[in-house]
Design a protein around this ligand. Sequence first.
Ligand code: TXA
Ligand code: MG
Length: 316
Amino acid sequence: MVQTSDISAAAKALKAGELAAFPTETVYGLGGDACSDTAVAAIFAAKGRPQFNPLIMHVESLEKARSCGVFGDRAMQLAKHFWPGPLTLVVPKQPDCAVSLLATAGLDSIALRVPAHPAACQLLKAFAGPVAAPSANLSGRLSPTQAGHVRDQLGGKVAAIVDGGPTSVGLESTIVSCLTEPPSLLRAGGVAREDIEAALGLQLAGGEIEDGKPLSPGQLQHHYAPEASLRLNADAPEEGEALLAFGPAVPAHGGLILNLSPSGDLVEAAANLFAHLHELDAKAQAIAAMRVPEVGLGEAINDRLRRAAAPRTLDV
Ligand code: TXA
Ligand code: MG
């Protein structure tokens, strides 16, 4: 494994069917050639994903995305407004799309995204094909927002890690399904629901549950998990707990405190979320998280915190 800023080495690894981790503006991705069944299988194996959840295909442009998926009016509107950026669109798969069936878990839909990070853009241009990439963490563990997080979890399993420093958004992309009308929010993420609704001029369907089952197969309850226990909506930390604080009013605490955003800024809090959880997890057995408002990016932050705190019996 090489940790590198050399994009061509990573593109070469992808072309050879090997895995390369790379930064996006959301989190680091574990990339493989989306059209190669063996590369896609290697992604699932490296992550230890027990189920073949469908992956997100990363492409360099809307034009490339349209060779994989069918873009109706809504999807076009969203792609033009938010790409490149932290939004993933689920659209019908093009019948002649060359992407591996394993990558889409055999569905007749496909999740596509054009990332905004310069290193990701360069890699996608150099590789010149769709790159399947889940977050570059072991299944059920915290998503990586720094190259070091990837090295610690997957160092032995990837040919290259492109080091682009800490990611700016820090949360996974928002996933919107354009299979429904109105489109549905499948996963809260780096673009706030309000911004998508403003761009469309309509409200998104909730989209998360249908017939008691999550619509997005990856939306399992226990997902973004630290090894430490996590207590939500804490007013004050208890004995032995480290504190994940938010905002200026932090309770007095003799123990470890990391503040997601001392000024109460939700964009800053999103960018710090996984890095702070990683750091607290390395240093404490128990974490108490203060309340974060459920508006803007707060919706995605709270979603990740709830998943991280969910009962471990649901581990996947
Ligand atoms: O920010 C991100 O989205 C990162 C970076 C690397 O791009 N990627 C990421 O991928 O978070 P992953 O594999 O951890 O999450 C992909 C999600 C899963 O919940 C999966 O179920 C959903 O996308 N998904 C993929 N294809 C789908 C489809 N056809 N229909 C519904 N959900 C789909
Ligand atoms: Mg993930």
